[in-house]
Design a protein around this ligand. Structure first.
Ligand code: PNS
Length: 157
């Protein structure tokens, strides 16, 4: 069975990577899907850069691939015959945010969303918090995969 892990991943964090690798141990194939418009450069990293970083940090997991999509998620999953979404849940706030999306996606296409609880080591990590800390010169090592730490430092250099 094939699953999609969708998100903006600007950039990918250790928490995301943990969810991808755990998803890859439960599903035959996992597509990490960067959902953004590549023609609208919003965010710190372009869609290509985000995908490249995800490819680098998931290279050791053979059943993970990386793609992008600029439309409705369910159009992608329908086109590719995918019947599962996988998301990580850190806190009740994530649950409140994810519940309507999971229900909407299920209404639109019948797709199920599987939630994995974030590892306690990564419960407070988000892409935006890491970017804020890095922007002001704070240490984000251990919170982002190493190539991502370097890429973020280079952006703010
Ligand atoms: O990392 P994010 O920004 O929390 O991810 C949210 C994301 C990208 C999964 C969500 O915005 C999404 O699915 N976008 C694709 C467009 C879509 O299908 N929207 C309706 C969702 S019910």
């Amino acid at each position: 069975m094939k699953a999609v892990c969708p998100g903006s991943f600007d950039p990918v964090t250790m928490g995301h990577l943990d969810i991808f690798t755990r998803a890859a141990s439960h599903f035959d194939e996992v597509v990490v899907l960067v959902t953004a418009n590549p023609n609208k450069h919003s965010g710190l990293f372009s869609v290509e850069e985000r995908m490249d970083l995800i490819r680098q940090v998931t290279a050791h997991v053979p059943n993970i691939s990386v793609d992008w999509w600029g439309g409705l998620l369910v159009d992608y999953t329908n086109e590719h015959g995918i019947s599962a979404l996988v998301k990580g849940l850190r806190t009740a706030l994530d649950y409140e945010y994810e519940l309507p999306m999971a229900q909407m996606n299920r209404r639109l296409s019948g797709i199920d969303t599987f939630f994995l609880l974030t590892d306690e080591k990564y419960g407070y990590i988000s892409s935006s918090l890491c970017k804020e800390v890095a922007r002001f010169g704070g240490d984000v090592s251990g919170l982002l995969p190493e190539p991502v730490v370097d890429a973020v430092k280079a952006k703010y250099a």
